[in-house]
Design a protein around this ligand. Structure first.
Ligand code: COA
Length: 458
C-alpha cells in the first residue's frame, strides 16, 4: 500500500470533481463536426474502410471488395508475405512440426526457410531466450505489476539499458534487436506472471530453467507450469495460436503505433514498448480477456444456454449497456476489415473444437458459437445496422487458453509474444522505406478567445 501514489488522496474530492467537470465541458466534441469538416474519425472512410496510410510487403488483410463504388463483403483472407495463413497452418500441421518459428522467419526475412534454415533459426531464437543476468530480479521482481502487459512494456523498454548499442538503427543492428525481443518476450511474460502470482495472488512463484531444445510454444508451457508437463497436442494448439496472431497488416492499432513511433526515428525498444501498450487495450488485443469476462456474465445471466431466444435477449442487454461491463460491446465480434469471416477465428474454432469435444469445455464452446451466430441478428435489431459483423480471433482464443490451463492474466500477453514478429517486420520496413515522419493533422475548433488577465477572471 505504501507504494501507492499520494495523489490517490484526491480521489472522490470536490476538487477532483471540478477538474473533471471543466475538462469534460471544454473537451467534448460534437460527433456532427466530423462529417461537417470531412474528418475521418478513427481514420476511417464513410463506408468503414480504413484510410490508406502506407504500403507494405509484410502482410495483406483482405475482408471486402469494392465493386462499382460499393463495399461487398467476402470471406476474410490473411496473407503473410504472399502466403495464405491457411497454407502455412496446414503445412505445419501436416508435417507435424511447430509452425511459429517458420512464420517468424517468413515475416522477418520475407521468404520461406528450407529445412536447415528453419532449424538454425529455431535454434537461434531459443539461444537468446534467456534473460540477461539479474534482469528478472532487478526489472520484474523488484517492481512487479498487477498487469502483465504493463510489466512487459516496461521490461522491453528496459532492454535498452542492456544493449551495448541501443541507438544503432542499421539493418544489422535492428535485426539483432528484433531477434532478441522475439526470443526474450516469452520469458519476460512468464516471469512477470510468476511475480504477479507471488505478489498479487498470494500464491507461490515457480521459476524454471529454460530448455533450449523446446519450440517457443513448448517453452511457454514448460516454464509456466509448475510440473513442466504438457502434451504434444497442447503445445501444437498453442503453436497454432501463435501462428495466427503473429501478424495482421500495417493498419492494426499496435502495428500502426509501432510504425508511427518508428517514423520519428526513435529506438527500437521505444517502438516495441509502445506497440505492447496499444495491444493491451480492450478494443484490440485485450479483447480476449474481455470475451471470457463476457462469457462469465452470459453463463450467469442465461439459464438455458441452448435457448437462442434467451441468449439473444441477453446480447441485447449487452448492447444496451444494461449487462456485462456496460461498455455496450459484444466482445469477440466485429472487425475493422473482415466482414463475413475472420480466417483466424475460423481456423482456431475448427482446431479447438476437436480438443473440446467430450470435455467440460464443450458447452462453453457451444455458447460462444451461439453468441457468434446470434450477434449479427441482434446487432441489426438493436442498431438497425446493415453492417456485416463476424466473430474475430478473440472470440475463441480465450477459451483455447483456458483449455490449455493458461491463466487469464496471460491471454493478451501471449498475443504480444506472437505479434512481436510482425511488429519487428513492420518497424524495419518503416525504417528503410518511410523516411518521413507520420504526422496527420487535427482540425482545431474553439479558436480566438480573448486573453483575460488573471485578476479579471471569475
Ligand atoms: N459490439 C458493439 N458495438 C460494436 C461492435 C461490437 N462487437 N463492433 C462494432 N461495434 C460498433 C462500433 O463501436 C461502431 O459504433 P459507433 O459508430 O457508435 O462508434 C459501429 O459498430 C461500427 O463499427 P465498425 O466501424 O464496424 O467497427 P470498428 O472498426 O469501429 O471497430 C472493433 C472494430 C473490433 C474495435 C469493434 O468491432 C469492437 O469493439 N469489437 C469488440 C471488441 C473486440 O472483439 N476486439 C477485438 C478485435 S480483433
Amino acid at each position: 500500500m505504501d507504494k501507492i501514489d499520494k495523489l490517490e488522496q484526491l480521489k472522490s474530492t470536490d476538487k477532483l470533481r471540478h477538474m473533471c467537470e471543466d475538462f469534460t465541458k471544454n473537451s467534448v466534441i460534437d460527433r456532427e463536426l466530423y462529417s461537417k469538416f470531412g474528418v475521418k474519425r478513427g481514420l476511417r472512410n464513410a463506408d468503414g474502410s480504413g484510410v490508406v496510410a502506407g504500403i507494405t510487403n509484410v502482410c495483406c488483410v483482405h475482408g471486402y471488395v469494392i465493386s462499382e463504388g460499393d463495399k461487398q463483403p467476402i470471406d476474410g483472407e490473411l496473407i503473410y508475405r504472399g502466403y495464405n495463413i491457411r497454407d502455412l497452418v496446414s503445412g505445419a500441421l501436416n508435417d507435424r512440426r511447430y509452425g511459429y518459428e517458420e512464420v517468424a522467419y517468413l515475416l522477418l526475412f520475407g521468404v520461406l526457410p528450407n529445412e536447415t534454415e528453419l532449424t538454425n533459426f529455431a535454434r537461434l531464437i531459443a539461444e537468446y531466450r534467456e534473460l540477461p543476468r539479474y534482469f528478472s530480479e532487478d526489472v520484474i521482481m523488484r517492481n512487479p505489476s498487477p498487469n502483465i502487459m504493463n510489466k512487459m512494456q516496461q521490461a522491453v523498454l528496459t532492454l535498452y539499458s542492456y544493449d551495448s548499442d541501443p541507438e544503432n538503427k542499421s539493418v544489422e543492428s535492428e535485426m539483432l534487436k528484433a531477434i532478441s525481443v522475439i526470443s526474450k518476450l516469452p520469458a519476460i511474460m512468464v516471469d512477470s506472471y510468476q511475480a504477479l502470482r507471488r505478489f498479487y495472488n498470494n500464491d507461490t512463484m515457480v521459476m524454471h530453467q529454460i530448455n533450449k531444445d523446446e519450440s517457443l510454444a513448448e517453452s511457454i508451457l514448460s516454464t509456466l507450469r509448475d510440473d513442466r508437463a504438457y502434451t504434444p497436442e497442447e503445445a501444437k494448439l498453442l503453436d497454432l495460436c501463435l501462428m495466427l496472431h503473429a501478424e495482421h497488416g500495417g493498419g492494426n492499432n499496435s502495428t500502426f503505433t509501432c510504425r508511427t513511433v518508428s517514423s520519428s526515428g526513435t529506438d527500437a525498444y521505444s517502438a516495441y514498448a509502445a506497440a505492447i501498450g496499444s495491444l493491451k487495450g480492450p478494443r484490440h488485443g485485450g479483447a480476449n480477456i474481455k470475451v471470457m469476462q463476457m462469457l462469465d456474465f452470459v453463463k450467469v445471466g442465461v439459464k438455458d444456454w441452448e435457448d437462442d431466444e434467451e441468449v439473444a435477449a441477453f446480447l441485447k442487454k449487452l448492447l444496451r449497456k444494461e449487462a456485462g461491463d456496460r461498455s455496450g460491446l459484444i466482445y469477440g465480434m466485429g472487425h475493422a476489415v473482415y466482414t463475413l469471416s475472420d480466417p483466424r477465428a475460423v481456423i482456431l474454432k475448427e482446431n479447438a473444437m476437436n480438443l473440446a469435444r467430450g470435455t467440460d469445455f464443450e458447452r462453453e464452446f457451444k455458447l460462444l458459437n451461439s453468441i457468434e451466430r446470434l450477434t449479427p441478428w441482434v446487432f441489426a435489431e438493436e442498431r438497425g445496422a446493415i453492417k456485416n459483423i463476424c466473430a474475430n480471433v478473440d472470440m475463441y482464443s480465450g477459451l483455447v487458453y483456458k483449455m490449455l490451463r493458461i491463466p487469464v492474466e496471460m491471454y493478451t500477453a501471449l498475443f504480444a509474444c506472437a505479434r512481436m514478429a510482425g511488429w519487428c517486420a513492420h518497424r524495419m520496413e518503416e525504417m528503410i522505406n518511410g523516411k518521413r515522419i507520420i504526422r496527420p493533422a487535427y482540425k482545431a475548433i474553439n479558436l480566438n478567445k480573448e486573453y483575460i488577465p488573471i485578476d479579471k477572471r471569475p
